[in-house]
Design a protein around this ligand. Structure first.
Ligand SMILES: CC(=O)N[C@H]1[C@@H](OP(=O)(O)OP(=O)(O)OC[C@H]2O[C@@H](n3ccc(=O)[nH]c3=O)[C@H](O)[C@@H]2O)O[C@H](CO)[C@@H](O)[C@@H]1O
Ligand SMILES: C=C(OP(=O)(O)O)C(=O)O
Length: 419
């Protein structure tokens, strides 16, 4: 087990290179099994979840080779296995994204139900219902989704009850090899959905409308190989920007895309940051003590749930009272009791955290409960007086590439130590 020791007080300053997006890389890696020929992916972040995805592909009989620092070649071939086992799936919810591709390509799939996690129940009923409408026979037995479509999937008109990012991705990927046209209405508009669509189109898929709430997919008979560069991580970008503002710093995120972060940049400006957008850079300069902001999480293009915890930490030290309302997940406030241990003044009222700011945080032993909660504790540690020990950092390693090295290069005092 490892932990971070963070000594607060340093103002972040300098350039930080943003990695490829976890939430785009995982669906892209898992959908690459749809191709009959090798697929080369660039800008793949070096994360625990990427390792898990590669392991899952290997279990299906799909090997990969490393092609340099952040590139991988996946070799799916025409035939491979169709079972995704619990032991891997339980460690990464995104594993369920093999369901649609496997069913479309192999005519059958057995994928362990991912189950809930610290932030909520995270059901997959919309994925299952959509695939049924496309002609699949699906049952849930002994914790596995067992799906069959011996004669292939059929195009269908799908209207999703809720905006679901992984649901849209699973169904869109499955539809690439279905017979005829599939229309997905009330589709998620997240940039990662667009990245997956662009990737699949590179392999010969025919997907239009990704990024809007109606996606049309004309099925094709096969997908060929290809090469693709994963989009930058908008949540990693936002996390570094919040850390910079919280510490009163001045940083520039490079290799990113400001157009992916409109809602987040707006809130950072409201909080008092001076933001300069370049083509692939975002510069943030603090202009004094940050001001509290009110936030409601909602599907893209509204404020992302994956940035909620980081802004809760920012509100804890900002001037004034701000509230944070979480509308996507039923239990995404596990960071609040930990922040309170550091002196934050936050009350929870249902799905809303009311943060009375200007807290003088002090270092404490705190525990990560999920990925973005972990990021909020690191941010709090960077600001707190004294030393913060952040435990269970395997959560943070799922989704942030070398976060302590990137923070250290910006002047932070953070160390990874074995317990
Ligand atoms: C809309 C949204 O912001 N989705 C976030 C969600 O994606 P993720 O794909 O994990 O979650 P979904 O978008 O599928 O879920 C959105 C909502 O729909 C519900 N639901 C989903 C699928 C289903 O079959 N049945 C069902 O009821 C969920 O419980 C949730 O309340 O978590 C990711 C990781 O934190 C974020 O990057 C995504 O931005
Ligand atoms: C919760 C997250 O990811 P996952 O859906 O993989 O758990 C996240 O990216 O914030």
């Amino acid at each position: 087990m490892e932990k971070f020791i963070v000594k607060g007080g340093a103002k972040l300053s300098g350039d930080v290179r943003i990695s490829g997006a976890k939430n785009a890389a995982l669906p892209i890696l898992l959908s690459s099994l749809l191709a009959d020929e090798p697929v080369t992916l660039h800008n793949v972040p070096r994360l625990q979840d990427v390792k898990t995805s590669l392991k899952l592909l290997a279990q299906l009989g799909i090997p990969h080779s490393r092609e340099g620092q952040d590139s991988y070649k996946i070799h799916p071939g025409v035939k491979h296995g169709h079972v995704a086992e619990y032991e891997l799936v339980k460690t990464m919810r995104a594993s369920v994204l093999v369901l649609g591709p496997l069913l479309a390509k192999c005519g059958e799939a057995e994928v362990s139900l991912p189950g809930g996690c610290a932030i909520g129940a995270r059901p997959v009923n919309l994925h299952i219902e959509g695939l049924r409408q496309m002609g699949a026979e699906i049952s849930v037995e002994q914790g596995y989704i067992k799906a069959k479509a011996p004669n292939g999937l059929q195009g269908a008109h799908l209207i999703l009850d809720l905006v679901s990012v992984t649901g849209t991705e699973n169904l869109m990927a499955a539809a690439t090899l279905a017979k005829g046209e599939t229309i997905i209405e009330n589709a998620a508009r997240e940039p990662e959905v667009v990245d997956l669509a662009n990737f699949l189109n590179t392999l010969g898929a025919d997907i239009r409308g990704a990024g809007t709430d109606t996606i049309r997919i004309q099925g094709v008979s096969r997908l060929h190989g290809g090469e693709y560069r994963v989009m930058p991580d908008r949540i990693e970008t936002g996390t570094f920007l919040v850390a910079a503002l919280a510490t009163g710093g001045h940083i520039r995120c490079t290799h990113t895309d400001p157009s992916l972060l409109d809602a987040v940049l707006k809130k950072l400006s409201d909080a008092g940051a001076d933001i300069t957008r370049g083509e692939t850079t975002i510069e943030l300069r603090s202009t004094g003590t940050p001001r509290s902001v009110n936030i409601v999480t909602a599907p893209h293009p509204a404020f992302p749930t994956d940035m909620q915890a980081q802004f809760t930490a920012l509100n804890a030290i900002a001037e004034g009272t701000g509230w944070v309302r979480e509308t996507i997940f039923e239990n995404r406030f596990m960071h609040v009791p930990e922040l309170k241990r550091m002196g934050a003044d936050i009350d929870l009222d249902g799905n809303t955290a009311i943060c009375r700011g200007a807290a003088e945080l002090s270092g404490a032993q705190v525990m990560c409960t999920d990925l973005r909660a972990s990021a909020s504790l690191v941010i709090a540690g960077l600001v707190a007086k004294g030393e913060t020990e952040v435990e269970r950092i395997y959560h943070i390693d799922r989704g942030y590439e070398k976060i302590e090295e990137k923070l250290t290069a910006l002047g932070a005092n953070i160390q990874r130590v074995s317990m």
